[in-house]
Design a protein around this ligand. Structure first.
Ligand code: SF4
Length: 333
C-alpha cells in the first residue's frame, strides 16, 4: 500500500452558467514514502484540482483518496489541523499564504502550538533548526515576509510545512514564481528532504524540465486525465504519448532552446466540453479515425510505464473488444 493513493478521482466544478466542469475526470495515482512524483500538464488540465482533492481541500465527486490507509475527506476548520500535520499542501505563491504582519519565525512556530507536544522553550531552537534545514540563517526568523526574496519566502513556506513533521507534501507549482537559479536551489532542497526525511511528495508543475530534475516518477495530465506515467528518466528520453513528446519539445533544453512543437496546433479545449474519443485528438499529429470515437485507457508498457494512446494498443485478448472503457483504470504504482 502506498502512502497516498488516489483511485479514479473525479473533481467537478459548476460554472456560473450552471454548466458542470469535470476538471478531473478519473485519475488514479500513488505516491510512496520518500518518493517524488511529478504531475505535469498545461494550465487548466486539472492538476491543481487533483492536488487539492488529494489533501482534502476539495471534495471528490467520485473515486477515493487514502492517506496512510485512511480515507481523506474534506474536513472542517477544526478537524483539519490534525491531518495537516502529516499531509501538507504548499502553495505556488508563499506570499499569499504567509501573514504579512507577523514575523516568519512566529508563523513557523504556529505548527508547534497546534501539536501541543513541543514546550514553548523549544520553539525558537526548533525554528532555527528548520531554517537551517531549508538553507536559511536563523536570523531570518525575525523578519517579516516582505523583507524576504521570493526564493526565501518559498523556503519559509517549506520550513513551515516541515514543522509538523509531515509524511507527505503536495506542492502546487512551488518553483514557478522563482528565478531559474533559485528554482534549482529549491529543487535540490526538495530532493534532499525526500531523501533525508523520507517525505513523499506530489510535485505539481506545468514545467516538465523542473519535474525531470526532481521527480522519481512523472504523470502527464491532459484535460482531466493522466495520459502517460512512468519513471521520469524513461518518460523524458523515450516519451510514448504524443502529448508528452510535445511537452518535452516545448521545455527549455540544455542548449537554451525552448521551442513550441510544430505538430501541436490550437489551444487546450474547454474542459466542460471535452472532445469525443481521445481528448487530445484535435491537436494530435498522429490522429486516426478511431481516436475520434474510442477513448484510450492507460495500458501497462513495462518498466513501470503506462500510456493511454491507440498508437500503443496491445492486441485485444480473444473475445474481448479493445478499448472503449474509460472507468477503473488501475492505480498506477
Ligand atoms: Fe493521438 Fe490517437 Fe494517441 Fe490520442 S489516441 S494521442 S489522437 S494517436
Amino acid at each position: 500500500m502506498s502512502l497516498l493513493e488516489l483511485r479514479d478521482v473525479r473533481v467537478v466544478y459548476r460554472r456560473r452558467d450552471g454548466l458542470p466542469v469535470p476538471a478531473v475526470a478519473g485519475v488514479s495515482l500513488a505516491v510512496n514514502q520518500g518518493e517524488i512524483v511529478g504531475l505535469v500538464g498545461e494550465t487548466g488540465c486539472g492538476k491543481s484540482s487533483l492536488g487539492r482533492a488529494a489533501v482534502g481541500l476539495l471534495p471528490a465527486a467520485g473515486g477515493s483518496v487514502t492517506f496512510d490507509g485512511e480515507p481523506v475527506h474534506v474536513l472542517g476548520r477544526r478537524a483539519r489541523p490534525r491531518r495537516e500535520r502529516r499531509l501538507q499542501l504548499v502553495f505556488q505563491n508563499p506570499y499569499e499564504s504567509l501573514n504579512p504582519r507577523r514575523k516568519v519565525g512566529a508563523q513557523i512556530a504556529d505548527a508547534f502550538a497546534l501539536s501541543r507536544g513541543v514546550p514553548r522553550s523549544e520553539w525558537r531552537p526548533r525554528v532555527a533548526e528548520l531554517l537551517r534545514r531549508v538553507g536559511l540563517p536563523s536570523g531570518m526568523a525575525d523578519r517579516f515576509p516582505h523583507q524576504l526574496s521570493g526564493g526565501q519566502r518559498q523556503r519559509i513556506a517549506i520550513a513551515r510545512a516541515l514543522a509538523t513533521e509531515p509524511a507527505m507534501m503536495v506542492l502546487d507549482e512551488p518553483l514557478s514564481a522563482l528565478d531559474a537559479s533559485i528554482q534549482a536551489q529549491v529543487a535540490n532542497l526538495l530532493m534532499s528532504l525526500a531523501r533525508d526525511l523520507q517525505v513523499g511528495m506530489l510535485l505539481i508543475s506545468h514545467d516538465l524540465a523542473i519535474v525531470r530534475h526532481v521527480a522519481n516518477r512523472t504523470a502527464v495530465m491532459y484535460l482531466g486525465l493522466v495520459v502517460e506515467t512512468g519513471p521520469t528518466r524513461l518518460l523524458w528520453t523515450d516519451p510514448l504519448h504524443p502529448y508528452t513528446r510535445a511537452l518535452i519539445d516545448a521545455a527549455p533544453h540544455a542548449d537554451g532552446a525552448g521551442h513550441l512543437p510544430a505538430g501541436l496546433p490550437g489551444e487546450t479545449p474547454d474542459p466542460a466540453k471535452p472532445p469525443s474519443g481521445c481528448r487530445f485528438h484535435p491537436r494530435c499529429p498522429f490522429v486516426m479515425d478511431r481516436c475520434r470515437t474510442d477513448i484510450p485507457i492507460l495500458q501497462p508498457k513495462g518498466q513501470g510505464r503506462h500510456v493511454a494512446c491507440w498508437l500503443h494498443e496491445e492486441p485485444a485478448a480473444p473475445g474481448q473488444p479493445a478499448g472503449a472503457d474509460t472507468a477503473g483504470a488501475g492505480i498506477v504504482p
